[in-house]
Ligand binder design. Structure first.
Ligand SMILES: [Zn+2]
Length: 434
């Protein structure tokens, strides 16, 4: 993987980190969508390289960018994904019953985004507090009746809330642990805010699934840390919290939901699922270098395969448009060098992105209606984790014979006809019919 970095202290255990897992080159911040006026200006690019700590096995990015530069204006509104909104509602029902939450409880969500989840607790009469550093999405939450602090969470904020007599019966931290610049401060804050007998649930993409599924595009500057169960358990234990249950979820390409409580908790023994998953991770070699190094090589091969497909499609005169402009799409486009020469445009349901351009690659982003107007031959689905939902939404594109291309874990083409491009090996090996 090229020369080892000079080493820097691990975000959790402070041991020197010197082992490269995967080097995605230089990339802009993946949520920095550009306006037309910004296209002629300089754009900051930062190294995008994932490393692994050989002491605690935390996969992490070196600190390249100040967190304030990333999280104060964030383009991702959780409410634009139907399946994610459903996921949040199901979670709320489960948690309210399992932890007997009512009018005297307090649910605190860290990185509460636009209130997509807490709104369901509000509807049940359970008091809530959102914490969300991105001003624009926090404002959307407040508008829908979810009280929200525009702050970064850590021990300082937890202490302030404790001084006001506010402790949490349930702390929800979905898809934020990876994005926390000071991991130890964040987890220490959760312990401080958690009432005795309270529960923390955290969800994050499971590193094992990320590597098995070749989901390298979920590596971006906003994601500082990538966790296995084993590493997460170590981090929580380091701050007086113990895991008592774990669930494997299909979200974001395969996530874990961990349940944690104060060490000693209520004396009940943890679910056997914790030990079972830990054993499976050990069997996969997650505390050896083998899977990490294998992953890096597979990433490079995926780039070669995707470019091979695009080169052949364009040579055959086909038009290719994108669907979605997610953060992960920008890692993929920048790493692979896919610009207007391969992709005419992309579309997204989020109006914030309309009229803007993808960072680094400057691909224009239009509303989804654009697809029916231009009838592209191929639609490259960038949020591959939602591919079933998207292919169903875009069923109308089959009328003009469009085929759907999913880049991850391998390039696959969904559609009725074989690939009509020049070259000797275009066709069957590109994946089956949808
Ligand atoms: Zn470490």
């Amino acid at each position: 993987m090229g020369p080892a970095p000079r080493g820097y202290p691990c975000r959790f255990c402070a041991a020197p980190v010197t082992t490269v897992v995967c080097d995605l080159g230089m990339s802009p911040l993946c949520e920095s969508f550009l306006t037309a006026e910004q296209l002629n200006q300089m754009e900051p690019f930062y190294p995008l390289r994932a490393d692994v700590c050989e002491r605690c096995w935390l996969v992490q990015l070196e600190r390249y960018v100040a967190p304030e530069a990333i999280f104060t204006e964030y383009a991702y509104f959780s409410s634009y994904s139907d399946s994610w909104v459903r996921h949040a509602r199901d979670y709320t029902e489960m948690a309210a019953e399992r932890f007997r939450l009512g009018r005297d409880s307090l649910v605190v969500e860290l990185a509460s985004n636009d209130g997509y989840l807490l709104q369901h607790f509000v509807a049940r009469g359970v008091p809530v507090l959102g914490v969300e550093p991105a001003r624009n999405v926090a404002a959307a939450a407040t508008e829908r009746g979810v009280p929200t602090l525009t702050r970064f969470f850590g021990e300082e904020l937890a202490a302030e809330l404790a001084a006001e007599g506010r402790g949490a019966d349930l702390i929800v931290a979905n898809n934020v642990l990876a994005q926390v610049p000071d991991l130890n401060d964040f987890v220490a804050g959760m312990r401080r805010l958690l009432k005795p007998g309270g529960t923390v649930t955290v969800e994050f993409p499971h590193l094992v699934r990320l590597m098995e599924g070749n989901q390298f595009d979920t590596i971006y500057h906003e994601h500082f840390s990538y966790f296995s169960l084993g590493t997460a358990r170590r981090v929580f234990a380091g701050h007086g919290l113990e895991l008592f249950d774990v669930e494997e979820l299909p979200t974001h390409g395969g996530s874990l939901r961990l349940y944690a409580r104060h060490v000693g908790g209520d004396g009940r023994s943890p679910s056997p699922r914790v030990g079972e998953l830990a054993a499976r991770e050990a069997a996969a070699g997650m505390e050896t270098l083998v899977p990490y190094l294998r992953f890096g090589e597979r990433v490079a091969e995926t780039k070669r395969r995707l470019l091979e497909f695009l080169v052949e499609a364009k040579r055959a005169g086909a038009s290719v448009a994108g669907y979605g402009a997610p953060g992960k799409g920008n890692t993929l486009l920048n790493y692979c060098g896919i610009r207007g020469d391969f992709l005419d445009y992309t579309v997204d349901r989020n109006p914030y992105k309309h009229g803007r351009f993808t960072p680094g690659t400057h691909i224009p982003i239009h509303p989804p209606e654009r697809l029916a107007e231009t009838r592209p031959d191929y639609i490259l689905i960038l949020p591959w984790n939602l591919k079933d939902e998207i292919i169903a939404q875009l069923a109308y594109a089959r009328e003009w014979g469009a085929r759907f291309v999913v880049p991850i874990p391998e390039v696959t083409v969904h559609g009725e006809q074989p690939l009509a491009v020049s070259g000797t090996h275009a066709g069957d090996d590109r994946g089956g019919a949808a």
